[in-house]
Design a protein around this ligand. Structure first.
Ligand code: ZN
Length: 268
């Protein structure tokens, strides 16, 4: 590596011919490399270090041994849980480890997936199911941290599809959708109802009746408008009467107590 710099320095820009010089030199550096590569043939030695790995036979010494399903190592002593709601009865399922990475992940996915559709069917289960699913996140994380399983008496389980790509995962969307869609629905309903609330009439305002007289739908209208039909002429109090020819507004337009009635005088 020290050889190239001299080449660059020397070839300040009269360069190109000189470069030819460096190239031959490179041949030099490459020549040495065969040295290290020669060592690689010594790759047989690595088998040496790998040979100690047969010390993998040692792991069984790790307390508890390997995966309960396949015997592989490494394995984590985590417990995967499930829940079944059966209207009145409910079942708490648990499968203690140790699990290797793949068997643990497979077990986590299967039990969580089952819980997603079997878990909700009971009043208490509604609350226990999300709790169970959350509890499983701990073991899931533990399995993920494990190295690739090896050395078992049978192949590890196939972890299969991620939980969120299994159909039961859609069921978790039901409560989510209820909340996500339910709140806006309540707000919109509230706004519509408020908009539909009858206006409280004030003396001097003009209205038109978009309904009939038994089921009034009074709409406040500009008095100068051709559509205005009636003027609110008086707010009736006990013992008073409207002028002859007046209409009475429905109490729902009186506001507050629901008893106040207005006199409506035809404009023409
Ligand atoms: Zn396993």
């Amino acid at each position: 590596m020290a050889t190239p710099p001299p080449g660059y320095g020397a070839g300040p820009y009269g360069p190109y011919p000189p470069q030819q010089g460096p190239y031959p030199r490179q041949a030099g550096p490459y020549a040495p490399q065969p040295g290290p590569y020669a060592q690689q043939p010594g790759y047989p030695p690595p088998p040496g270090p790998y040979a100690p790995q047969p010390a993998y036979a040692v792991p069984p010494q790790q307390a508890g041994g390997g995966c309960r399903v396949c015997g592989c190592l490494p394995a984590a002593p985590a417990t995967v849980r499930g829940h079944q709601g059966l209207l009145v009865v409910m079942r708490f399922l648990s499968l203690p480890g140790p699990f290797c990475r793949d068997c643990g992940t497979a077990t986590y996915r299967r039990m969580s997936s089952d819980t997603l559709w079997q878990g909700w069917w009971g009043p208490l289960s509604l609350f226990i199911t999300p709790f169970t699913l959350l509890l499983n996140l701990g073991p899931r994380a533990a399995f993920r941290r494990l190295a690739e399983p090896a050395g078992g008496f049978r192949p590890p389980l196939d972890p299969g599809k991620p939980l969120w790509r299994r159909p039961p995962a859609l069921l978790v969307l039901v409560p989510v959708l209820l909340v996500v869609l339910g709140i806006p629905a309540l707000v919109v309903t509230g706004l519509l109802l408020r908009e539909a609330a009858p206006p409280v009439l004030a003396v001097g305002q003009c209205v038109r009746n978009a309904g009939d007289w038994k089921d009034q739908d009074l709409v406040v209208t500009d008095c100068g408008s051709a559509r205005a039909e009636l003027r609110v002429s008086k707010r009736l109090t006990a013992g008073e009467h409207c002028a002859a020819g007046d209409y009475l507004s429905d109490p729902k337009y009186g506001g507050g107590d629901g008893w106040t009635v207005n006199c409506l005088t035809p404009l023409r």
